[in-house]
Design a protein around this ligand. Structure first.
Ligand SMILES: NC(=O)C1=CN([C@@H]2O[C@H](COP(=O)(O)OP(=O)(O)OC[C@H]3O[C@@H](n4cnc5c(N)ncnc54)[C@H](O)[C@@H]3O)[C@@H](O)[C@H]2O)C=CC1
Ligand SMILES: [Mg+2]
Length: 283
């Protein structure tokens, strides 16, 4: 039986029309050049008993279980997490771009899902990505970690912010740091980037920034942050080591914890602990 027939059989079993396959989007391909598509079965779109029944039946038929995306991302390997994050971001974009904002007419997805077109005026809509800078600020010996009230309990991370229209990355970093903690950036170094599917599709651009020693007094913007504080390299190194241990391996209470390995903030913090500076980018 071909894969398409097998899928149609499964969809039929769960009361779904095989027409739904037309909504799938291309997310990558295997080393053998087999195309990988993702499909949203819409189990979240309805809170009806019917949907939850289907969910349990699907878990049995597919010998798997549905888990929260945020949890799944941190349990998978980097490659699978990246595929899942692409799938989620692309499917959500299609779901929220069903109509042309000029004509109000329904837009049509192309086969791969790389765009949508309005048949009445040929306007092409491409999936959107919002640039976000995430910066680890240091004063040379300490780094600045912050907490937003939306973070999981006890987690501290680097400072982040969306790029405004018309800004360069360097301008965003300087503005966000000034707005959120009242500091002035002296030097700035690019580190790495990562696609992040929350809240919508973002491109996280990770940087290291330094402030002048002696100009380190924080003015925390409590509308944006719940807390911000300076931490020594030793303190951060200890928390980073404990972060990688399972709950059973933990001894004693940890003062706070850091984002998991897959998050670019983790890489940024690890880089700072291991090596104070990275390749320079003119600020
Ligand atoms: N991987 C990680 O460790 C971390 C990831 N992040 C990600 O970075 C993102 C940005 O960080 P924040 O401090 O929240 O940004 P932020 O400091 O720019 O503040 C968020 C606010 O910016 C506004 N905003 C401007 N443009 C927006 C857009 N395109 N989409 C949504 N809101 C927009 C909204 O009013 C929103 O409430 C977060 O949404 C989060 O997904 C943030 C911290 C850590
Ligand atoms: Mg922010």
């Amino acid at each position: 039986m071909s894969l398409r027939h097998e899928l149609e059989r499964l969809l039929g079993k769960f009361g779904q029309d095989s027409q739904i396959l037309e909504d799938s989007v291309l997310i990558g391909c295997s080393e053998q050049q087999e195309a990988w598509f993702a499909l949203d079965l819409g189990l979240n779109s309805s809170s009806s008993i019917n949907a939850s029944l289907q969910k349990a039946e699907m878990e049995t038929a597919l010998q798997g279980s549905f888990i929260k995306l945020t949890k799944a991302l941190f349990e998978l390997n980097v490659k699978d997490a990246s595929l899942l994050s692409t799938a989620q971001a692309l499917l959500r974009w299609h779901d929220t771009h069903q109509f042309c904002s000029r004509s109000g007419q329904p837009t049509k997805k192309n086969v791969s899902g790389s765009k949508r077109v309005c048949p009445s005026n040929n306007i092409i809509y491409y999936p959107q990505v919002a640039p976000v800078v995430i910066t680890l600020v240091s004063d040379g010996t300490r780094c600045l970690l912050v907490r937003q009230s939306s973070f999981p309990k006890g987690m501290y991370s680097a400072l982040a912010g969306f790029c405004d229209i018309g800004e360069s990355l360097e301008e965003t970093v300087r503005r966000e740091i000034a707005e959120e903690v009242g500091l002035e950036v002296d030097r700035l170094h690019y580190s790495a980037s990562q696609h992040w599917p929350f809240p919508n599709s973002t491109l996280m651009i990770a940087c290291h920034a330094t402030v002048k020693p002696g100009q380190t007094e924080l003015q925390v913007n409590l509308k944006e942050l719940e807390a911000a504080a300076w931490f020594s390299r030793d303190e951060v190194a200890t928390v980073l080591r404990r972060n990688n241990l399972s709950n059973q391996q933990q001894s004693g209470a940890i003062p706070f914890w850091l984002p998991p390995k897959l998050a670019i903030a983790h890489q940024l913090i690890k880089e700072w602990v291991e090596k104070p500076t990275c390749s320079p980018l003119p600020a």
